[in-house]
Design a protein around this ligand. Structure first.
Ligand code: HEC
Ligand code: HEC
Length: 433
């Protein structure tokens, strides 16, 4: 009896030590750099030819486009302008002609009508599904004004947490609001590193993580978003975008070129078949975003180590899944990697306060994709002023946690009720990622 008790304790603490294995967050795609360049490194395992393709794809990604390719309607002048340091963007709307642009954007649709693609959203007549707030000629299609509303949430111990949420006002150049019934979703740019690994997580793995009817009774369900894949011309599991609203990185890259920068390409050509970005450039840029490495986690201090345990205790790990294995992938280096992304890529109801009241394929307003947390401790190192959650409302990590509701309400309450020491420990853990 005694010996078994001690054995259990030894195993438990041994287990704690094993968590140190979580340092290599990107498996073989892990790099040791926690500076402002942390997200910018190619996979160390690429062969010389792949490295060359990665470098070639970085060109169109980093380029600040100008007319005649740019626009005529656009949100910003290049991928890097919104994904600075290959990380997330600032949650801000900037008015003015190019080279100005906004790093965040507004998706729009109608609640009723005929979608463009099976299961998709109903485009807003005259606007499509994304508002472009900049143009190379004349006035933009819309003027977007972003204002912040401040509130406060109290921790159980009486400490106050300042909170803010965005309010978006959209007008035509003549001051007319969007038509009645327009659903809008304001979104900031997420980071683009490690995404090839997320693409390599198999459909079966995601299906196994689903629990739509909460059969294990933990209050947390989670389901995949089924979206339309224009290449396969078939439904597919969504992995990218804040609502897992895009199936893969080619589609994401091609859609970003055309919608965000106004650059036509082979998936979204001009009516006469012409394209601003040639087919090779599209493939190379897709390869570039597929093969960016993940920074290694920092060595854990005592507080961060305790925070890791609290991350499990508070149920954060039920959605932000710490460890996954990738499956097969066309880029062999991405396949069969043991990674620590802290996501399940599934949709979860995280409550009314985060709702955008806009459906996105099967996602409802209150549902968002669990974002990966790898590298989250470096967000503000890579881009000072960068903020958290889909719309960038959270200026700090505690603020981000306190916005969680719905399926994550218990997790949020565990954090809100915790002692200052425990809250700080959890944040120290997040900062180490
Ligand atoms: C105007 C700013 C802006 C520009 C320019 C832009 N993006 Fe994005 N990007 C975003 C936003 C906002 C999202 C989230 C979209 C959503 O949730 O629907 C996003 C999402 C992504 C994602 C998915 C990330 C994830 O974690 O799911 C990838 C990949 C990406 N962009 C690549 C690119 C590439 C490549 C380019 C250039 C061709 C580009 N982006 C240009 C704002 C931008
Ligand atoms: C029910 C699933 C679920 C649980 C439980 C959960 N989260 Fe989340 N988390 C999400 C979703 C979904 C989002 C995205 C919400 C949004 O963008 O509006 C998110 C966002 C975040 C973000 C912001 C990430 C970013 O990239 O900006 C952080 C940080 C975070 N969660 C940490 C935690 C911590 C710590 C816990 C435990 C106290 C926790 N989460 C529990 C689903 C969950």
């Amino acid at each position: 009896m005694w010996s078994r008790y001690w054995l259990a304790l030894v195993l438990a603490s041994g287990c704690g030590d094993n968590l140190e294995g979580e340092e290599r967050q990107g498996g073989e795609l892990t790099v040791y750099d926690r500076t402002n360049l942390a997200y910018t490194h190619p996979a160390p395992t690429l062969d010389p030819e792949q490295r060359n393709t990665h470098q070639l794809g970085k060109g169109p990604f980093n380029f600040a486009w100008a007319p005649p390719q740019l626009g005529p309607m656009f949100n910003h002048t290049g991928c890097l302008a919104c994904h600075g340091g290959d990380g997330r963007g600032l949650s801000e709307i900037m008015q003015g002609p190019a080279p100005f642009g906004s790093q965040a954007l507004v998706r729009v649709s109608l609640g009723v009508g005929t979608p463009d693609v099976p299961g998709g959203n109903v485009p807003l007549p005259g606007y499509g599904e994304q508002l472009q707030d900049h143009t190379t000629v004349g006035l933009p299609e819309v003027f977007v004004t972003l204002t912040w509303r401040e509130t406060v949430v109290m921790y159980e111990d009486g400490e106050a947490q300042p909170m803010r949420s965005p309010f978006i006002d959209v007008r035509t150049p003549t001051g007319v609001p969007m038509p009645a019934g327009t659903e809008m979703s304001y979104r900031q740019a997420p980071a683009v590193f490690g995404l090839g690994l997320l693409e390599a997580i198999s459909d079966d793995t995601l299906r196994a993580l689903e629990d739509p009817n909460d059969e294990n009774g933990d209050g947390i369900s989670g389901r995949v978003n089924m979206v339309w894949d224009p290449i396969a011309a078939a439904p597919a599991i969504g992995r990218f975008g804040h609502k897992s609203n895009v199936s893969n990185l080619v589609v994401q890259t091609a859609a970003a070129f055309v919608n965000d920068i106004g650059l036509t390409n082979k998936l979204f050509p001009e009516p006469d078949g012409m394209r601003d970005v040639n087919d090779e450039q599209l493939d190379q840029t897709t390869f570039f975003v597929s093969t960016l490495s993940v920074p290694a986690a920092a060595g854990r201090t005592g507080a961060a180590q305790r925070g890791r345990t609290l991350f499990d205790d508070f149920q954060c790990a039920s959605c932000h899944i710490p460890t996954l294995e990738t499956g097969d992938h066309a880029i062999p280096q991405l396949a069969y990697q043991r990674i620590h992304p802290y996501t399940d890529l599934l949709l979860h109801d995280v409550g009314d306060l985060l709702s955008d009241a806009r459906a996105d394929f099967q996602a409802t307003g209150v549902e968002w994709r669990t974002p990966p947390l790898w590298g989250i401790g470096l967000v503000q190192t890579v881009l000072p002023g960068a903020t958290f959650l889909h719309d960038g409302r959270a200026r700090t990590l505690p603020e981000a946690i306190l916005w969680h509701g719905g399926e994550a309400e218990e997790a949020r309450e565990a954090f809100r009720r915790a002692s200052k020491r425990d809250r700080d420990a959890l944040i120290a853990f997040l900062q180490s990622l």
